[in-house]
Write a protein that binds this ligand. Structure first.
Ligand SMILES: [Fe+2]
Length: 250
């Protein structure tokens, strides 16, 4: 999947629109300044380096982030309807969705994603981007939080938890926060689960849009085509009409 230049531009403006609509000053101002400073990179970066993951194409990151923001707002309504305690704000919810994957950017002088020049890896492994090896290893949630702190953009404790735990139990590092049975050790707000659900939903849908139909077509449908070829070939080489009819009716 590829986005047009117009779609990339309009997704970017939509994301800035969410900042202006949901985040209050002084954080709104600081976030706009940060995002505009890295406009070109953020606007064009993918959500992941590999096709088999999700949104691995120019503009994929912002497309994903907008889907998570919209998904979080919609998921929140369901949680509220079912009685979730409202001990968090909509600003916190949107701030967390907006910045949950920010660490994918990398650092100021070392952006994380480099378009791959390796044609074999692109064709056979779907690795469209390479990780910038100059960048020290840090998990995406940790770098998201670091980038915000580096730019003097303060986080509430709820936002910190949501960004840190957005991969849920898919990330073992989150187990001490999420796999415990003492009431006092459980997350204090449902927002942690709402952000995780919104991210999971967005990434799954992005995977389906680009990859699932292609996988079904290329991998699951192929054996059928092969079987048909064998049958056609066998029919063509037979002289007996009786045998041909028998095989053809199988
Ligand atoms: Fe994400």
């Amino acid at each position: 999947m590829n986005l047009s230049a117009e779609q990339i531009q309009s997704n970017w403006e939509k994301m800035l629109g969410y900042i202006n609509a949901y985040i209050s000053d002084p954080r709104r101002e600081k976030l706009i300044e940060f995002y505009k400073k890295h406009e070109e990179e953020i606007m064009l970066m993918p959500a992941s380096h590999k096709k088999a993951y999700h949104n691995s194409f120019p503009g994929g990151y912002v497309d994903h982030v907008n889907r998570v923001i919209e998904g979080a707002l919609a998921t929140n309504k369901i949680w509220v309807e079912f009685g979730a305690e409202q001990n968090y704000t909509v600003e916190e919810l949107v701030f967390s969705a907006l910045n949950h994957d920010l660490g994918k950017l990398g650092e100021e002088d070392n952006y994380a994603h480099i378009p791959s020049q390796d044609e074999w890896r692109k064709k056979n492994l779907g690795e469209m981007y390479q990780y910038n090896k100059k960048l020290a290893y840090m998990s995406v949630p940790d770098r998201s939080i670091k980038l915000l702190i580096d730019h003097d953009i303060k986080l509430t404790e709820n936002e910190w938890m949501c960004i840190k735990l957005h991969d849920g139990l898919y990330d073992q590092a989150n187990e001490p926060y999420l796999k415990n049975y003492m009431p006092e050790q459980k997350p204090r707000t449902s927002m942690v689960f709402i952000i995780h659900q919104a991210d999971l939903m967005a990434a799954r849908i992005e995977f389906e849009q680009v990859w699932l139909s292609k996988f079904n077509e290329e991998v699951l449908d192929k054996p059928k085509a092969k079987k048909l070829d064998v049958k056609t070939k066998a029919l063509g080489s037979m002289k007996s009409e009786g045998l041909k009819n028998m095989l053809n009716s199988l």
